[in-house]
Design a protein around this ligand. Structure first.
Ligand SMILES: [Fe+2]
Ligand SMILES: [Fe+2]
Length: 266
């Protein structure tokens, strides 16, 4: 079913108030209490929370509405807006989740269900970034590739069953005026071969990363058509050696991220 007015309003209501994920909220809340927040810690945590990421981008757009012709990384946004502006803006979103966990209004079951999606998103983000690196994409673009992969299934986090997650995610990002390249990735990640605009490479990279993560890491063997995956590999002009490298790089990086999330050692 496509998006109608009622679903659009439903998305709009959720977009404005979506709190931090349970996986990151406590860490964000804790570091934001400190007078001496390290920009690097804040940056890492924002990049691990899809809603905090989007709220931060939307805040940036409200300050610089005319600067949305390219993707601005979270690192650039923290520098341009100042760390305290970002911190003060995101802390209420983290506080809502933090209090929900303490007051048990956020259940363990919800956190566990949400965790699978969170880990999938992180894995696709990391894989997209590595594929970009192995293809020789400019290092300045790495955060864009990571963010696009990380956000590709953001529509699923809204738990709106009346429409597909690609459409829900795209509408949500549009409502927040997030960069159009990110909107395209979300809209076309299951239909990447139909997209031919200027962001085609990133759309295809994320689509391939999504297939690779499902097949190789999550062992969902039939979740992507081999024909689709092979066509993406051909369009991106990749050779098999890249996949051997991914098999080492991605699990190691995922381990590093999950230790970071568990320990809260920021
Ligand atoms: Fe998806
Ligand atoms: Fe996915």
């Amino acid at each position: 079913m496509s998006i109608n007015r009622a679903i659009e309003t439903q998305i709009q209501n959720r977009v404005k108030t979506m709190p931090a994920l349970p996986q990151t909220a406590d860490h964000i809340y804790r570091i934001c209490q400190s007078y001496n927040v390290q920009a690097g810690s804040l940056y890492k945590l924002i990049c691990l929370d899809p809603f905090i990421f989007c709220h931060t981008q939307a805040l940036f757009n409200s300050y610089f509405p005319k600067l949305n012709e390219r993707f601005y990384s979270i690192a650039e946004i923290i520098i341009m807006l100042n760390i305290n502006t970002v911190k003060n803006y995101i802390v209420p979103f983290a506080q809502t989740t933090h209090e929900g966990i303490l007051g048990k209004t956020i259940s363990k079951n919800f956190i566990e269900a949400n965790n699978k999606l969170f880990l999938h998103s992180v894995a696709v983000g990391i894989t997209s970034r590595f594929i970009a690196g192995l293809r020789g994409v400019d290092a300045l673009q790495f955060e864009y590739y990571y963010s696009a992969g990380f956000l590709h299934d953001i529509g699923k986090f809204f738990f709106i069953e009346e429409a597909g997650h690609s459409e829900v995610g795209q509408v949500a990002l549009k409502q927040m005026s997030l960069y159009s390249g990110l909107q395209n990735v979300i809209a076309f990640h299951h239909d990447a071969l139909k997209f031919s605009g200027k962001d085609a490479e990133i759309v295809r990279t994320v689509a391939l990363a999504d297939c690779w993560v499902k097949r190789k890491l999550e062992l969902k063997m039939d979740s992507c058509e081999p024909k689709f995956e092979n066509a993406l590999i051909n369009k991106l002009e990749l050779n098999q050696a890249i996949f051997n490298q991914l098999e080492n790089l991605v699990p190691n990086e995922l381990k590093r991220v999950s230790t970071f999330i568990k320990s809260g050692a920021v």
